[in-house]
Design a protein around this ligand. Structure first.
Ligand SMILES: [Fe+2]
Length: 264
């Protein structure tokens, strides 16, 4: 798998490397400490305490370094550098799933919960619902989603799932929605219908694939790919600290939405 597969399928996984294992070993205890902090738990636990969402909670630098620890290195970094230039990571998300995910706790509507269970809460990152009517707008034009597991867990412990090739369908939908509109207006264009229609088409046309990554491995998802989190299987195995993954989603150059829509 490489660039061609990434372009066709919308995701790519990288084999375990020593440098990534070193990074993971350094970062995991930092992540675990954060996840045990009562203040952080209050802020980030969702769905009956089965998901610690931890958005941008990791205090890494743009090279993925924490307090003088190792930087991110290896094939995945080379891959991202070739596509987007030198690494310029955002503060990572610490996403932890616990047994039973997702539990209904009344914090979202029953329909939203059904969608979370039956459709893995499938979404495209950064297309956010705004206001009481939850109209969707492009809010966070990311470059990519980089996922790095921080623990060993079984393949049915709420893996990330992706609809292969969905980035082509989503891209086409946004191209239509933004057609003949100046790029400076794109963030103000309501894409709700276009997004919902495209998402439905992805469910009909694309294969749902679970991405199972273990220690030292990593994966990159195309920013326009439809993806979600699979419900926890009763027989799944993970350490007591939960199924932990660090995600990075740096945004591209300000205003460079053409690249966001058309590039890789
Ligand atoms: Fe996501």
């Amino acid at each position: 798998m490489g660039l061609t597969d990434f372009k066709n399928r919308g995701w790519v996984k990288f084999k375990a490397e020593k440098s990534m294992l070193r990074w993971q070993k350094y970062v995991q205890p930092i992540a675990e400490e954060i996840s045990f902090d009562p203040k952080q738990k209050r802020e980030w636990l969702r769905h009956g305490n089965t998901w610690f969402a931890g958005v941008n909670i990791l205090k890494n630098d743009k090279d993925g370094r924490f307090n003088g620890g190792p930087r991110l290195e290896g094939t995945v970094v080379q891959f991202l550098t070739d596509l987007h230039g030198p690494l310029a990571l955002d503060h990572g998300q610490l996403s932890i799933i616990y047994p039973g995910y997702p539990i209904f706790d009344g914090s979202e509507s029953e329909a939203a919960h059904r969608y979370r269970s039956a459709r893995d809460g499938a979404h495209v990152d950064g297309i956010l619902p705004i206001g009481p009517d939850r109209r969707r707008f492009v809010q966070e034009p990311h470059q990519y989603v980089l996922g790095i597991p921080l623990v060993e867990a079984s393949s049915d412990a709420s893996p990330m799932v992706i609809w292969e090739g969905s980035h082509h369908i989503i891209r086409e939908a946004f191209r239509c929605a933004f057609k003949d509109k100046p790029m400076s207006d794109w963030l103000k264009i309501d894409v709700t219908e276009a997004y919902h229609k495209a998402r439905k088409r992805c469910f009909e046309k694309c294969r749902r694939v679970a991405i199972y990554a273990q220690s030292g491995e990593s994966y990159v998802i195309h920013r326009l790919a439809l993806h979600g989190i699979s419900p926890w299987n009763k027989k799944a195995k993970a350490p007591d600290c939960g199924r932990m993954i660090a995600y990075f989603r740096p945004e591209g150059r300000a205003g460079d939405l053409g690249d966001w829509l058309n590039g890789y």
